[in-house]
Design a protein around this ligand. Structure first.
Ligand code: IMP
Ligand code: MG
Length: 178
């Protein structure tokens, strides 16, 4: 049992399962990009641990970059994207957008719109987790680690009000402590 502020969490995805999902994504990206130099673009803060493990697994040549966005407050998506710091010029190199989790898809929609506006079409989307019950956007997730139920999760980069990002495994919300 894990307690973060007022909420209790129980284990959901062990480290070995996460590692297998990361490996699967790395293999698929290598298959598609072994002749090129992709730029892995992590969406901060949530994707920092995933992108770190992903690029360590990735045996090909690559670059690493980051953008910063925020749509979650507490355990709910606000639907509004709060910040974007630098979705830069890729110099024609393919971009792999690296997300920790796709929930409503508002963040990914914002990124896709920003990329299309700046004329970037050479990109793919990778996400470690997807909540298929919530995600109703039309954008294809090119590389997906695993689908998860519509539960709030923490760990492996994901947080509850800033806590839990450092946990090496994933926990799901249990119930509110009265
Ligand atoms: P979306 O814009 O609703 O798809 O959500 C995108 C972002 O919200 C993700 O990149 C996460 O940072 C955050 N997020 C979504 N679901 C969860 C969750 O279950 N726990 C923690 N953060 C989440
Ligand atoms: Mg995120």
């Amino acid at each position: 049992m894990l307690k973060l502020y007022d909420l209790e969490f129980v284990p959901l995805i062990p480290q070995a399962e996460i590692a297998a999902a990361v490996q699967k994504i790395s293999d698929s990206i290598l298959k598609d990009f072994h002749d090129e130099i992709p730029i892995f673009v992590g969406i901060l803060n949530g994707s920092f641990m995933f992108i770190s493990d992903l690029v360590k697994q990735y045996p090909g040549k690559c670059e690493v970059d980051f953008v910063k966005m925020k749509s979650y407050v507490g355990t709910e998506s606000t639907g509004k994207i709060k910040e974007i710091i630098g979705l830069g010029n890729p110099n024609g190199k393919p971009l792999i957008i690296v997300e920790d989790i796709i929930d409503t898809g508002n963040t990914i929609e914002n990124i896709v719109n920003t990329l299309e506006k700046t004329g970037v079409s050479n990109y793919k989307i990778a996400s470690l987790f997807l909540k298929p019950e919530v995600y109703k956007k039309p954008y294809k997730i090119d590389y997906l680690g695993m689908e998860i139920p519509n539960k709030f999760i923490v760990g492996y980069g994901l947080d509850y009000n800033g806590l839990g990002r450092n946990l090496p495994e994933v926990f799901q919300l249990k119930n509110k402590i009265k």
